[in-house]
Design a protein around this ligand. Sequence first.
Ligand code: MN
Length: 162
Amino acid sequence: MEITRSSIDTAKGPGTWFTGDVYIDAIAAAPAPARMQANLVHFTPGARTAWHTHPLGQTIYVTEGIGLCQRRGGPVEVIRAGDRVFFAPDEDHWHGATPSRFMVHLALNEVDDDHPAADWGAKVTDEEYAAAPAATTEGSTRWNFDRSVAPAPRSASCASGP
Ligand code: MN
């Protein structure tokens, strides 16, 4: 048994792997023969990974916020807290936050001597990122700092509910 107290510093995601500010907390890095590796990743608004693949695949589980992900050749998809995404081995893809929201996910990978967690490619361009569905920003509101109150919710449906 090995207890690791809350003593591992949060790491800044390297600029070669990410666009924008991304912070990584190590959750699990089991020694061989185990292959489990897990990280909690915080994406600030607008931040995203570069295009990349995982030789043994990857599961991400969104714990907070609203994010985006895309596999090569597919549409940009919106992901929210509670959503799980599996990327197949060697499937080229990216994931990140929406332009106006944080996104936090657990990243679950398998790693061994022959298979790194990821192989990294080109950055996701602003044009590729801007192909996100309009639903991620339409009707959004901004915090009113002058009055220090939250903006009204964009849905008024509760006012007419039972
Ligand atoms: Mn990935």
